[in-house]
Design a protein around this ligand. Sequence first.
Ligand SMILES: Cc1cc2nc3c(=O)[nH]c(=O)nc-3n(C[C@H](O)[C@H](O)[C@H](O)COP(=O)(O)O)c2cc1C
Length: 193
Amino acid sequence: MNKLILFGMVVLSVLAFSGYKVWAQLREENKNVNTENAKILIAYYSYSGNTKEVAEAIHEKTGGDLFEIKTEGSYPDEYRPMTQQAKKEIQDGYRPKLTTSVADISKYDIVFVGSPNWWGTITPQVSSFLESYDLSGKTVIPFITHGGGGVQNTVTDMTAQCKGCNVSKDGWVGYGSRTLGISGWLEDLGFKK
Ligand SMILES: Cc1cc2nc3c(=O)[nH]c(=O)nc-3n(C[C@H](O)[C@H](O)[C@H](O)COP(=O)(O)O)c2cc1C
C-alpha cells in the first residue's frame, strides 16, 4: 500500500479515537449524579399502569420512597372521550388538586418524576405536583412512558415547570411498561449495582 495512504489512515484513526475518548468522558461527566448518601423520592402519575411499573422497577434498584401522585377529578371509561378530556385539560393549563402528599419534601436530594406522555407533554397531574412542591436545588430525573411518540415535549415542559431544579438530560424514555434496560441506565447515572 502506498505509504502516504497508510500514514493518512493512521492519523485519521488516532484523531477518531481521541475524539471518541473526549466525547465519552464528557458524556460520563454530564451523566453522573451525586448518589452518595442521597435521599431519593420516586414520584409518578400513572393512568393505566405503565408508569407505575417503571416507577417500581426504579425503586427496586435505588431504594428510597415511592410516591403516587393522585388528584381530584376523573376521566370517562371510554378511550376517545378520555383522551379528548385530557387534551382539553392540557390546552387549558388545568392543574387538578393533589389528594396525596409528600410528608417532607425538603429531605430529598434526588427526585425521580414519572409521567406518561399525553399529547406530547406531561400530564396535568404531574404539572400539579411540580408546581405544588419546592424542588429547587434538587436533582430531578424524569422518566417518561409513551405509546410510540417518544419524548416529544415532555422533558422540556417538565424542565420549564420545575422551577430552579436541576433536571437531568438523561432521563428514562420508554415505550409502554418497558423496564428492560433500567438497571443499566441507573448504573450509568451513578446508582450502585
Ligand atoms: C390522553 C392520552 C394521550 C396520549 N398521548 C400520547 C402521545 O401524544 N404520544 C405517545 O407516544 N403516547 C401517548 N399516549 C400513550 C401513553 O403515553 C402510554 O400508553 C403510557 O405508557 C401510559 O402510561 P400509564 O399506563 O402510566 O398511564 C397517550 C395516552 C393517553 C391516555
